[in-house]
Ligand binder design. Structure first.
Ligand SMILES: Cc1cc2nc3c(=O)[nH]c(=O)nc-3n(C[C@H](O)[C@H](O)[C@H](O)COP(=O)(O)OP(=O)(O)OC[C@H]3O[C@@H](n4cnc5c(N)ncnc54)[C@H](O)[C@@H]3O)c2cc1C
Length: 378
């Protein structure tokens, strides 16, 4: 057994890290401060193949494996959490399910534009009372002679402000929970569909979150991704990949926090010497380094399982849980090590501290990951 990245993976990791440091990191503070969706930067991310990392080259993607995708997201997140979330939604939650479940026509219409950055994708599953309980869909898709009519409200749709298309989940058999949900590819300029900005968020600012309101929104019957009652499976399949991606994202943010803590511990003096000389500080740094590395191994394992075509549900849940909580602790320790230098508004650690918190909430809270894991181990 060799727990080592292949040379090709390492080269790709270096390439994305260089791009992220040169082009993304300098923009991170201002994206956060202004809370604006970084449209131009996302085009650059697309030009590098990073909006369709695992999508075959025939559709304009980079055609790489899932480990490469996870490495890319970790490198991007080390520079900017929000850019990595935008990329992960487009990759895992929109492009990948279209590539997997889409018809030739659906792929022709959306896959290439999504991957090349001509279009942005969003994923609309959550509702006011369908967050953790995602099967409790109250948005309804009613079939008539001309197709489906959608009514309802989706909340917290990341990328929604800039998106051209969303994968929208709605009950095709109301009351049947996960057995009667359809996934629909809905262009966001469809009549009857309106976007409302969600309230400002603590972190990952600039994600372009909106609520989507559907009032008699008509889509053709061929807008269904998969079968009309199998949308919940589409959602869960997409989230398996998405959780690997959020694990990678959390690791990037946690690593950035550790980097900041290391830099400050070496440079900052108290009682006449660098604080890095004190064991209390060294132990915090050692704990963060160890926990992030342990979570990284789980993340690699989950990415590899996804690549091999296995349902990585358990591995992905473990990776997301471990990585998001390790990263949270790393950001918390970084704050403690930087003390007043971290706590001030506009410090890098202050942003990382806010950004990392979301990784324990979206694409399934830590409690939901524990439920998934418990179901498997029991
Ligand atoms: C920044 C951000 C971006 C997001 N982007 C998207 C997106 O692009 N698309 C999308 O569809 N959604 C998105 N979401 C929504 C996100 O997926 C939900 O917020 C998340 O699933 C939790 O749902 P909730 O907020 O409704 O909390 P709830 O489900 O109401 O949970 C509240 C609390 O109760 C706990 N809980 C719930 N049920 C149980 C249980 N059975 N046992 C133990 N504890 C339980 C939860 O873990 C949590 O602590 C986003 C959210 C955020 C914050």
């Amino acid at each position: 057994m060799v727990l080592e990245l292949a040379e090709d993976h390492k080269a790709f990791q270096r390439e994305v890290a260089r791009f992220s440091a040169d082009r993304i990191a300098p923009a991170a503070a201002s994206i956060d401060e202004r809370g604006e969706f970084p449209r131009e930067l996302i085009k650059e991310v697309a030009a590098r193949g990073l909006l369709g990392v695992t999508i075959p080259a025939t559709w304009g993607g980079a055609g790489r494996d899932y480990v490469s995708y996870a490495l890319a997201l970790e490198a991007i997140a080390r520079a900017s959490a929000v850019v990595s979330v935008i990329a992960s939604v487009n990759n895992s939650l929109v492009a990948e399910p279209i590539a997997r479940f889409g018809t030739q026509e659906q792929k022709d219409a959306w896959l290439r534009p999504l991957v090349t950055g001509e279009a942005v994708g969003a994923f609309a599953l959550s509702e006011e009372h369908a967050g953790s309980d995602a099967a409790n869909q109250q948005t309804v898709a009613r079939l008539d002679e001309q197709g489906y009519v959608l009514n309802g409200r989706k909340v917290w749709v990341a990328n929604g402000e800039a998106a051209d298309v969303a994968v929208v989940f709605a009950a095709t058999q109301p009351g049947s929970r996960g057995r009667g949900v359809g996934a629909f590819l809905v262009p966001l300029d469809t009549s009857g569909l309106t976007r409302q900005p969600t309230p400002e968020s603590l972190g990952v600012r600039g994600l372009g979150c909106v609520d989507l309101l559907f009032t008699d929104v008509r889509v053709d019957a061929d807008a269904v991704l998969g079968t009309p009652s199998d949308g919940f499976h589409v959602a869960m399949w997409a989230l398996d990949g998405g959780r690997v991606a959020i694990a990678a994202q959390a690791l990037g943010v946690g690593q950035a926090a550790l980097d900041e803590a290391l830099r400050h511990a070496r440079a900052h003096e108290a009682f006449g010497q660098p604080i890095a000389n004190y064991q209390a500080i060294q132990w915090m740094l050692a704990d963060s380094a160890t926990e992030l590395e342990a979570a990284r191994m789980l993340m690699w394992k989950a990415a590899d399982a996804r690549q091999r075509g296995e349902r990585p549900t358990l591995d992905a849940a473990m990776a997301k849980l471990a990585a998001s909580e390790a990263a949270h602790r790393a950001a918390d320790r970084a704050m403690q090590i930087l003390a007043s230098h971290g706590y001030r508004r506009g410090s890098v650690v202050e942003r990382l501290f806010r950004d990392v918190r979301a990784t324990e909430i979206y694409q399934g809270t830590s409690e939901v990951q524990r439920m998934v894991i418990a179901e498997h181990v029991l």
